[in-house]
Write a protein that binds this ligand. Sequence first.
Ligand code: FO1
Length: 313
Amino acid sequence: MILVLTGGVGGAKLANGLAHTFRPEELTIVVNTGDDFMHLGYFICPDLDSTLYKLAGINDLERGWGIRQETWNFMNTLKEVGGDDWFKLGDKDLATHIDRTKRLSEGQTLSEVTQALCRKHNVSHSIVPMTDHRVGTIVDTVEGDFFFQDYFVRLRCKPTFTGVHYKGIKTATPSPKFRKTLTYPDLRSIVICPSNPFVSIDPILNVPGVRDLITSTKVPVVAVSPIIAGEAIKGPAAKMMREIGLPSSPVGIVEHYGKLIDGIIIDERDTSLRDTITATGLKVKVCQTLMQSDNDEKTLAIKTIKFADTLSY
Ligand code: FO1
């Protein structure tokens, strides 16, 4: 059993590569829910949807989020009547939000709703929320604290990042399938996808009990660097690292995750950093980590697990 921690677009690519390499019963994909929010009366789960649409093969390739060949009649009409149109909800995507909101209002848990959506999209792999409780990532900046989507979409990540905290995290518990996988007798490895460490991975790690459970599994934990040659492929990770005083490189990722990880996979363009990272006692694998095709995703997935297997105690 392999446990995958992911959020956002980059993570969804590696999760997809792993899903095309391993059978459903060999994989649990745990997704960040700190981006989730109520909007226009619907409960929106961006990272769960990005991961679901990617594995279903219907995600929009340019945007990285939402559904391909989308139409925007709802959004355009809403704008005409003076509604809130800063967060774009496509007509097809809207069906997901309406279905999820209805199910949640009927008392289904977010895990149950996600399972139902996976079934609808013929995704047989387990995509599970990090928790079934409400958790909201708040981004602290020099201009004040903002709810994640305000910072990321409305403010386009402009304000200088100073920290992050997670509303509601104290009373959150890992989702049932997440906890079960963490206590699985034959857990093989844990993969931290190339996602934003602060707003995609840390919310998962900060769910009470998760860090301790990860440490007590004694299985290799491997992170794939989301930073290549000083930049993130997509999103504000490198900018946030620089603003918080971390090197915007795999070295900064190593510093951020610390003792939690046993190995890191960095891109060939960062080969010069291998020795610096090895000197910290961490195992390093250098290979192409940029994923621009299904084949790239599968190749990196296989290399990631093979590398993790070499770290087994
Ligand atoms: N990101 C944007 O930059 N602009 C948007 O209008 C937008 C709408 C949106 C709608 C549904 C959805 O699932 C994701 C959406 N995203 C949008 C991405 C969203 O901000 C995610 O949080 C990112 O994918 C980062 O994880």
